[in-house]
Each structure stands twice: as structure tokens, then as C-alpha cells.
Design a protein around this ligand. Sequence first.
Ligand code: CA
Length: 369
Amino acid sequence: MEDSFRDWLAGFRREATAEGLDCAPLDGLEPLPEVLQRDRGQAEFTLTIRDYLDRAVSPERLAEGRRQGQARCGLLTEITARFGVPAEILLAIWGLESNFGVTRGDLPALRALATLACDGRRRAFFEAELRAALRILSAGDVAADEMLGSWAGAMGHMQFMPSTFLAHAVDFDGDGQRDIWAESPVDALASAASYLAAEGWQSGQGWAEETCLPQGVDIGLTGRETALPLLDWTQMGLRGPGGAVHAGAGLASVLLPAGHRGPAILIHQNFTVLRRYNAADSYVLAVGLLADGIAGRPGLRASWPAGLTAPSRAEMRQLQAALTEAGFDTQGADGIVGPNTIAAIRAFQRSRGLPPDGYPSAALLSLSR
Ligand code: CA
């Protein structure tokens, strides 16, 4: 490993130096084998959406979120006034990303990024992040030995990748440095608000809204793929648990995170903005529900359906192969539920007279066994 790392590093330095980057922080850089172990050992997602949300939105995290919200009320009010992102959203992301700063990451970011770049599975991505990390050091925001992060290079309270830092980090306390690594979360919280604002966060709107699907509505219209004016949805009879829906102007979609038997969530632009932070609907649901809880709003009213499944990637690959075999092409069998797989599931469901929610339910999975 050492030889190939040295060769790769020499090549990277040549290119980065030619681009004008100061590569001195790479002197004597060694790989971090534990980073590759973590990269190889990423667990298949085996929690149901309900179990995942129960863990993410735990009573302890809710209580700590409220406590932090009270303790930092003045700071959060200032951040919201400047960027338009509500305090509870920032607190929720902080809680999920680093448990309110407790797990900010203690690995040297340069070594972690260089190890992953050399490994080659996502070389272009990690080489770009390593360049961004060198730029951060040149800008003087942090010293190389204090630029710490988690194994995949996400850094500080809000787990920013270096490129996100360069684009969005702010020096909110005005001490001349954008410091997302320090014990104090002031710059980190403001930087996350800056990021979400730049991605188009709509001030004054929530993250999403629970809704009730009226009888007879076309289930095929649900999912992020279909975005309609809110008026279209209300004309179809869509209502909130308390009556009207409030999601405001713009286009909205209806998400069924556990299929047509479970909760229905009306989502709009702010949900999409939160997906920029982590492109998983389950993550955004966790942020939103944690934020609601911190702000004292009620949780989901609809209950999760019985018999929820958490298909492993192997099970999903099996299902994709079976659907494709049956004439519903999933465009490959990678074990990941993407748009093509959802479309194939919907087409299959329609052909059988089932509600076309595109959800890989237990009944659907059993068809491929
Ligand atoms: Ca600062």
C-alpha cells in the first residue's frame, strides 16, 4: 500500500502544484488504513424507516436539542435573522451530524482524503476534496493538524466536506477565521445556515407537512418524481391532519416513505434543499421530525404500517433482477432503490391491479424469492 500511495501522492502533488496550490501540508503524508476499513465495511442499510427514525429522533437527542436551543437562543436568533433558516432545523442537523458537537471527527482530514483518493473507488471526488482542503489551509482558517474530520473527510460540528466549506463557510463571530472545528459551534451553525440559504431555503416555510391522501387519489402521482402546484393537490382533495395544508407557493410532491399504507408527507423546495445535505429521504425525515420535536410541534400522526421491511442490497438486487426478467426493466441490478427501480415497481404494481406506490414492500419482495 505504501508504494502505491507514494506514487499516487507524487502524481497528485505534480498536478496540484501546477494548478498553483501550496502542497507543503502534504509533506510526509501517510495513508490511514482504518479509513479504507471503514469504507469497505459500510453496513448495508438494514433498519426499517421506523427503526431508523426512532434512533435518529431519540428522546435523548430531542432533550439535548431543546437544551442547546435554549442555551444558544441569542446566537440562533441572529443566525436565523441573517440566513432565514430556523433554529430548530440547524439544531436537528447538528444533532444528527455530530451529536451536538460531541463526535466532530478526530482523524486528520488530509490523510483521510488522500487515502480515499489513492484507493481509487471515487478518486476524482476525493482528489477534488483534497484540493479544496489545501485551499482551506492556504486561506489560514485552520492549521493542518487541527483540520480533523470523520473517516470520509466530513469535518466539524456540521460535518462539512472541504468543497462545501469553501463555498459556504462563514466567520460569524468575526474573529477572522471560519472555524467549524473548534469547541464553539458559532461559525459551524452559521455556515450550515449559509449553505442551506444558498441552496434555496424558503424562509417562513416548513421542511414538509404531513398530509392525508383522499380516497381514490391516483397513487401513481406520489413520489418525488411528480411535482405539482399545491392547488392541484388540494383540488384532488389533499388535506393536512388538521384541515388545510400550508406548504405555500411553488411545486409540491407527496412522499410515501413506507408505501401507501403509511404516512404521507407533502414536500416542497425546503425538503429538496435538505437533501443537498444528505441525499436520503430518510435523513431529511429525521432532520424534519427532530426539528419539529425540538420546536415542540407534534410528530407524525399516521402510524407506520405493520410488517415494515428493510430490504438489504442483496434482496433489492434479487428484486431488480426478477422485475427485469418479468419485463419491468430496472436498468440494472445495483441493489439501490433509484428512479428506474421505482418506475419498474410501479409498472409491475399497475399490471397486477395493485396501488402503484413504487414501494418495495414485503409482499413485493416475496415475489422475487
Ligand atoms: Ca470565526
